[in-house]
Design a protein around this ligand. Structure first.
Ligand code: PAF
Length: 287
């Protein structure tokens, strides 16, 4: 399919499968970029990376109801498919899959994919059922599209580890590619939920990345992780964050708790600022 042709928008599983099957019949390698829309440069970076690794890139836009809790922002979540379609076409994507909720979860739908271990703790502790919703919809998207590779941002690091575990455990024939977080110039990780920040809150938000970076340096110097985690949480509250759900050092792969930095780790944070719950994480390596 040429970039000069309009980018096809698929609404049904059958439509998506027909397009991907035609690409595969031509011997082309296909990448899937799952998203919930409200696209920003972080998502478009996934598309661009997909274009480097595959011949065809299809992005999905689906605000997945099953990964939102009853008091979360499912109805308020930004939806702007026409703008997203333009951005995707501009980035070079070859197709958009935008199913309805009824197509994804037809009447009688009764299956949930739940990944033990990596789903527990961190966001899993604060958003019960969230990762089961993510795992279920991602399993469906992978089985619907049957791509060769699928790309996810490291910004949602726990989600990425949940998806890697699920794909290994269920023998889903796809390579999962994690793509480094894209940041604004002041370090704030790009996120669709940054749109919830007021101007004043947006000025406070870069403290998240700045604090993680400072803690990483302090952890590399040795000492118990708990001290640095407490210090970091206090810094964030002092900067204007309303609350910190967690700020923790974890093993980079298993996400098991680390008491000190004695192997490759990941420092992960979730904190509330105004209406937004912001996530970030960075790699931390022992000296
Ligand atoms: O990261 C997201 O946008 C969503 O959790 C995903 C992976 C598209 C599943 O709905």
């Amino acid at each position: 399919m040429s970039h000069l042709l309009p980018m096809p928008v698929m609404r049904s599983v059958a439509g998506l499968r027909a397009v991907v099957a035609a690409w595969h019949a031509e011997g082309l390698r296909v990448a899937l970029v799952p998203t919930m829309g409200a696209l920003h440069d972080g998502h478009l970076t996934l598309v661009r990376r997909g274009l480097e690794l595959a011949d065809r890139v299809v992005a999905s836009v689906f605000v997945n109801p099953t990964q939102f809790g009853p008091s979360e922002d499912f109805s308020a979540y930004p939806r702007r498919e026409a703008v997203d379609a333009e951005l995707l076409a501009g980035a070079g994507a070859h197709g958009l899959y935008a199913p309805t909720v009824a197509e994804m979860y037809p009447a009688g739908f009764a299956t949930t994919v739940s990944v033990a271990g990596v789903s527990e703790g961190l966001c899993g502790a604060f958003r019960p059922g969230h990762f089961a919703g993510v795992a279920t919809v991602v399993a469906k998207l992978l089985l619907q599209a049957r791509p060769d590779i699928a790309l996810f941002g490291e910004k949602d690091y726990q989600q990425l580890q949940v998806i890697r575990r699920m794909v290994r455990d269920l023998d889903i024939p796809v390579s999962i590619v994690g793509v480094p977080t894209v940041r604004d110039a002041d370090g704030l990780a790009m996120s669709s939920r940054n749109a919830y920040l007021t101007e004043a809150e947006r000025a406070i938000a870069p403290a998240l990345f700045r604090t993680l970076t400072q803690i990483a340096a302090r952890l590399a110097a040795g000492g118990p992780a708990a001290e640095q985690e407490d210090w970091g949480a206090a810094v964030l509250l002092g900067a204007g964050f309303a609350s910190v759900d967690y700020l923790e050092l974890r093993d980079a792969e298993s996400l098991d708790r680390l008491d000190r930095l004695d192997r490759p780790g990941r420092l992960l944070v979730a904190a509330h600022l105004g209406k937004a719950r912001l996530l970030d994480n960075i790699a931390v390596t022992p000296r």
